[in-house]
Design a protein. Structure first.
Length: 445
């Protein structure tokens, strides 16, 4: 660390000494020239007495110059000593500055350690005092949030499993369709000629298909529910599929096996063509009959503009469509969609998946609603907790005021404590004594 005052003083002394040396040197040169000149002049013009006088003056000046030169050497030595002292002072000041800086760093570290220790102690104290209360507040919220996260995770896992199992379900659908077709062909002989029996069998097959798709009776669908139209006529759809948002889908089952069975039994092409035409006409008659019922116009049902006509024996519909490809479009023109086992099962699987999504959505909304209610109650609890804190502070202040009233006074005898003790000292009988901490700090007078 440099001291500006010492450095300035050093420069000043150095300048004075150098100026003095230069002046003395110039004066000596002048005297030498004067002496030579005077000596030459004396030889030519001046007398011996004058010369002697001048010689004496010159000797005096030389002696004075020698003294000045001695003083100059002493000053130079003194200056060198002062410079050495100045260097020592600077080194000492630098050492002291380093020590001060080290002390500052040490003090800073100790202060930081002290502050951290105090902060940690206060934090631990606060944590120990409020940990249970915070647990009581946060644990329900944590459980709700965990439940919400589990619900979301479960939802995505279910969606993933559904997508993974879609291929298996399609394969199972193919096998089921094959099995149902074989069962239908085996029952064809037993069912032929009995329209009521054929219809009942078709409805049984349809309900089995709905259950296989994951739909539950009286929850996701109803059977043979009676309604009345605007004219008071009774309407009874075979199946009503419930959809989210109070929507419905109507399915009617039609079985036409008589002409279909005769077609396979006929040996001649003419008869086969005849029975095949009868089979197609039977399907077309079912389409017209279902279209005329106008189930979608019932005000109790919120259905799309089209109905589903279920044909349980897929080969029977396939051979009719192969012979007359306009059959499907004719049904569409009358707001009828013809479905078979494979297409209806895929559709009902989609309906089942929609219901799963709806259930998951409702669960998520309920979790969100419950979380919102919990958060509102949490905020209310925090407000109440703050109010309790303010009341505790107020009670603590009132307590300190009351304690001060017990002990405040100019003299011990003027305080409530002093007067009470005075009564006891006068002979009042008492089985208890005041706490010693109330009596400390007073000198009885």
């Amino acid at each position: 660390m440099e001291n500006p005052l010492i450095i300035s003083f050093l420069f000043l002394i150095t300048g004075l000494v150098l100026g003095y040396i230069a002046g003395m040197w110039r004066q000596r040169m002048i005297l030498d020239r004067d002496f030579v000149a005077r000596e030459a002049l004396d030889k030519q013009y001046i007398s011996r007495e004058v010369y002697n006088h001048l010689q004496e003056q010159s000797d005096l000046q030389r002696e004075d110059l020698a003294e000045k030169d001695t003083e100059l050497r002493q000053l130079s030595a003194t200056l060198a000593g002062r410079e050495q002292q100045l260097l020592q002072i600077e080194e000492k000041l630098q050492t002291q500055a380093d020590e001060v800086e080290q002390l500052q760093r040490q003090a800073r570290v100790e202060f930081e350690n002290l502050a951290n220790r105090l902060l940690e102690e206060k934090s631990n104290q606060f944590k120990s005092q409020n940990q249970q209360a915070l647990h009581d507040i946060l644990d329900p919220l944590r459980e709700r949030i965990k439940s919400f996260e589990d619900g979301i995770e479960k939802r995505f896992l279910e969606e993933t499993r559904d997508r993974v199992s879609l291929k298996k379900e399609i394969e199972h659908l193919r096998l089921l369709n094959q099995q149902l077709s074989e069962d239908a062909n085996n029952l064809a002989t037993a069912l032929k000629g009995e329209n009521k029996t054929q219809g009942d069998w078709g409805e049984v097959q349809l309900e089995m298909l709905l259950e296989r798709a994951g739909l539950a009776r009286d929850i996701h669908y109803q059977t043979q529910t009676s309604f009345r139209d605007e004219d008071g006529r009774q309407k009874r759809p075979d199946f009503i599929i419930n959809l989210p948002d109070n929507k419905h889908l109507i399915i009617d089952c039609k079985v036409s096996l008589t002409a279909y069975e005769r077609f396979f039994q006929a040996s001649k092409d003419e008869k086969r063509k005849k029975y095949l035409r009868q089979h197609i006409d039977s399907l077309r008659s079912h389409i017209k009959d279902l279209s005329g019922k106008n189930y979608q116009q019932l005000y109790q049902i919120n259905s799309p503009d089209y109905l589903l006509l279920f044909v349980p024996i897929e080969p029977a519909f396939g051979i009719a469509l192969q012979e007359d490809s306009s059959l499907f479009n004719e049904a569409l023109d009358q707001n009828i969609v013809i479905v078979t086992t494979s297409t209806l099962l895929a559709t009902m699987r989609t309906v089942s998946y929609i219901w799963k999504q709806e259930k998951q959505k409702r669960n998520v909304l309920e979790i969100a609603r419950q979380s919102g209610l919990l958060y509102d109650r949490f905020v209310s609890f925090i407000d109440d907790l703050k109010a309790v804190g303010l009341r505790l502070d107020s009670a603590q202040g009132a307590y300190h005021d009351a304690m001060r009233k017990l002990t405040d006074g100019k003299k011990y005898g003027d305080t409530l404590v002093g007067r009470a003790e005075r009564i006891r000292e006068l002979g009042a009988k008492a089985s208890k004594s005041l706490p010693p901490e109330l009596l400390d700090g007073f000198d009885e007078e």
